[in-house]
Design a protein around this ligand. Structure first.
Ligand SMILES: NC(=O)c1ccc[n+]([C@@H]2O[C@H](COP(=O)([O-])OP(=O)(O)OC[C@H]3O[C@@H](n4cnc5c(N)ncnc54)[C@H](OP(=O)(O)O)[C@@H]3O)[C@@H](O)[C@H]2O)c1
Length: 350
């Protein structure tokens, strides 16, 4: 049994304990990690190389000298034989838009091979041409070639996919679903009863590495599965661990959120155009302002309300603009927007 101490961005310490049982590595993580919303994914785990790992002397030397603590942004090493992130065989069922974003982010990952299947041959050929993804002829072939299978098909296609996948599933497989509105229990019940499932909800900024992924664990998933899925999705942005009951809210806020932001941005830019800017100038000014404001909030030092007050001088320009927002009750409109999307997500839930 070996332990590694991690220091999260909130300066809380968590202990990751790795145990090797009959050649199978398992992880347990001190409960603190799961109390925090932001899992310590900013400490990307990295395995040591195959050569290092097979050399017993180097291995024990490394274990003696391994970092006991890592700060946010550092990369602690986890011993090869104790790491679930040893050479990873990742499979994709569905190689459309979200799979492409994920593969683009993950393709730099060390010790990872990719296989994929898509019933649309053009989508599969395109992904194999652009990334090191070995194309498969069937879902069964994906199951044979991968230990972690990412289900990246449309929600209504999931039942059919699981029906095809089920006969090939073994106890070693981990399923990660990106499908909106499909519960982890639906996936487990349509697979083997003991299937480990992680459900995630990414969003489209994943295409530029700025995604926000909400992640929840299925009934049979282990701590190690949560860590692995968090690490994988951190390649396309940030990851937050949620309870599955919160997934409709996450779908409504961050999943659908980019569309709200585009709509707001487009409207603000139109305001800029009507006041004398060109369309391009207005979009740059508006988009960068959105990035800057979001970055200030994410720095965590002040609430949006405090930041708003700081930028608002009595009798000034910002106050004149905010007055219109308040009169039209933009706040209530946005609250209702999220509520409507969450209600729709609940309706779609299987
Ligand atoms: N795109 C996003 O921003 C986003 C964000 C969050 C979550 N998601 C979720 O991600 C999932 C995929 O979305 P997407 O936008 O990537 O969809 P997509 O571009 O349509 O990709 C899905 C691919 O899977 C293929 N497929 C369908 N049935 C299959 C089967 N039985 N075996 C193998 N491949 C099959 C589809 O082929 P056909 O076209 O022939 O059906 C399509 O090429 C959805 O469940 C969605 O809820 C997407």
């Amino acid at each position: 049994m070996q332990s590694l101490t991690l220091l999260s961005r909130e300066n809380k310490i968590y202990i990751v304990t790795a145990v090797e049982r009959w050649g199978t590595p398992t992880f347990s993580v001190s409960p603190r990690l799961f109390e925090t919303k932001h899992i310590a994914l900013s400490c990307p785990f990295r395995t040591i190389s195959n050569n290092e790992a097979t050399d017993k002397q180097k291995r024990s030397r490394w274990m003696e000298n391994r970092p006991k603590k890592c700060k946010y942004g550092d990369s602690p090493f986890i011993h090869k034989n104790l790491s679930v992130m040893n050479h990873l065989h990742l499979g994709f069922v569905g190689t459309g838009r979200i799979a492409r974003a994920l593969i683009a982010g993950l393709s730099q990952r060390e010790h990872t091979t990719f296989v994929g299947f898509d019933k649309e041959p053009i989508a599969l050929a395109s992904i194999s041409a652009d990334y090191p993804v070995q194309p498969c002829l069937s879902i069964e072939e994906v199951a044979l070639g991968a230990q972690v299978i990412i289900l990246a098909v449309k929600p209504y296609q999931m039942e059919e996919v699981l029906g095809e996948l089920k006969p090939s599933l073994t106890a070693n497989h981990l399923l990660i679903s990106v499908a909106a509105g499909i519960s982890s229990e639906f996936i487990r019940k349509n697979s083997r009863e003991s299937t480990r499932v992680i459900r995630v909800m990414p969003n489209t900024p994943a295409f530029v590495g700025e995604g926000m992924t909400a992640l929840c664990r299925g009934k049979m998933a282990a701590d190690a599965d949560v860590l692995l899925a968090s690490e994988l999705f951190s390649s396309i942005g940030q990851v937050t661990l949620l309870d599955e009951l919160q997934m409709d809210a996450a779908t409504a806020l961050s999943g659908s959120g980019p569309a709200y932001m585009f709509h707001i941005l487009d409207s603000l830019a139109e305001g800029g155009v009507q006041c004398g800017l060109s369309r391009d100038e207005a979009l740059i000014l508006g988009a960068q302002t959105m990035i800057g404001a979001a970055t200030m909030v994410l720095s965590g030092k002040k609430s949006p309300e405090e930041l708003k007050h700081e930028v608002t001088t009595p009798g000034g320009t910002t106050e004149a603009g905010l007055k219109v927002m308040d009169e039209k009750n933009i706040r209530q409109i946005l609250i209702e927007t999220v509520a409507a999307a969450a209600a729709r997500s609940r309706e779609l839930m299987k």
